[in-house]
Design a protein around this ligand. Structure first.
Ligand code: 13P
Ligand code: SF4
Length: 354
């Protein structure tokens, strides 16, 4: 979408006034009007690493969603302030695992006599509370770009993994990348007594998958893949691992947002691609690579933007930058000290993965 020239100018002026005091991070799913002001763009792993790259910046403006801003706060020093331009930019997947539900799940695993064998692995897309639970119980965080390495590490520490909160990333990594079978996985439903599982089912499982999913990626279907293959002969189907297992199984390539960008950069002219991930990114890539003769389409036209990623728009960014430039700290995301200490442990285990 074309951005309002007046707002563009105001954002530029506020950013110039702040100079090195501000560092703007932008996730690949952000709108074009916002991404143009990012000092760094990336997938959630790259942004977690890059957040700590500017220790002299007093303000880190995070153009992404709440759990990413929390992770940036955890990984940066106490005097750096992380700002989320719209506090309503949450993530429906992260909201599917609350601290109370996860504590209850651990009780169920303890009752079944297996808690000591279980290593939690939590997707980055989770609250700081869930990351702290993970750190406290000897587990690690993962993102879509290192989930396999995180699981390999976890299976060196214990016999079973509790994977939260995205059942699809957990299942896809275990089955597609690591050769486990679908029968090795069970789904723990936090809305049912004992997760809807018997103690025997829990004891037999290798992967205990939390019943969470992404509301955007969960909408791509096997029909989306079959339809696009029929419509565009020779198309390469490239999807994010948050998609459902049957979609990932039918795709040609699977990877994080950063992987998707790299794959398209390396693609030959004349190649055709159907991409199953968030629409802002797919549109940007289609526009970027069209002049090189690469045809890029959205995997399923009925799927929409991530509505919470889209909450960060140019007016919110301008408001945040102008407030900071006037010395008003707005929309700070600050994780409490105790949560931060355990969550940091889990995040640092991820950053230390080989
Ligand atoms: P990545 O950027 O790690 O691929 O994650 C996608 C996502 O859903 C972020 O919300
Ligand atoms: Fe959450 Fe899905 Fe949006 Fe990512 S795309 S922020 S996982 S709802």
């Amino acid at each position: 979408s074309p951005s309002d020239p007046d707002l563009v100018e105001r954002a530029r002026a506020a950013k110039a006034k702040l100079g090195d005091k501000v560092f703007v991070l932008g996730h690949h799913y952000q709108r074009d009007e916002v991404i143009q002001f990012a000092d760094v763009t990336g997938d959630s792993f790259k942004l977690a690493r890059d957040a700590a790259a500017r220790p002299e910046a007093e303000y880190i403006v995070f153009c992404g969603v709440h759990f990413m801003a929390e992770s940036a706060d955890i990984l940066t020093s106490d005097d750096q302030k992380v700002v989320l331009p719209d506090l309503a930019a949450g993530c429906s997947m992260a909201d599917m695992a609350t601290a109370e539900q996860v504590a209850e799940c651990w009780d169920v695993l303890t009752e079944a006599g297996i808690a000591e064998q279980v290593v939690p692995v939590s997707y980055m897309n989770s609250s700081a509370d869930i990351k702290a639970f993970t750190g406290k119980h000897g587990g690690t965080i993962c993102t879509s770009s290192n989930a396999q390495r995180a699981l390999e590490w976890a299976f060196q520490q214990g016999e079973k993994v509790l994977f939260l909160p995205d059942q699809h990333l957990g299942r896809n990594t275990a089955v597609r990348d690591m050769g486990m079978s679908l029968d090795d996985c069970v789904v723990y439903n936090p809305h049912k007594p004992n997760g809807g599982l018997t103690a025997d089912e829990l004891r037999a499982a290798k992967m205990i998958l939390w019943r969470g999913h992404c509301s955007v990626h969960g909408r791509f279907s096997l029909d989306s893949v079959n339809d696009v293959r029929e419509r565009i002969p020779g198309v390469n189907v490239l999807v994010h691992p948050e998609c459902r297992h049957e979609v990932v199984a039918a795709a040609d390539y699977v990877g994080s947002t950063e992987y998707i960008i790299k794959a398209l950069e390396a693609a030959p002219a004349g190649s055709k691609w159907a991409i199953g991930t968030e629409l802002n990114l797919v549109r940007r890539l289609a526009n970027r690579f069209a002049p090189e003769g690469k045809e890029i389409v959205f995997l399923d036209k009925t799927v929409c933007f991530c509505s919470t990623m889209n909450r960060i728009d140019l007016p919110h960014l301008v408001w945040a930058l102008e407030s900071l430039a006037e010395g008003n700290l707005v929309n700070r995301i600050e994780v409490d000290k105790e949560t931060e200490a355990f969550a940091k442990l889990a995040l640092e285990r991820m950053l230390a993965l080989p």
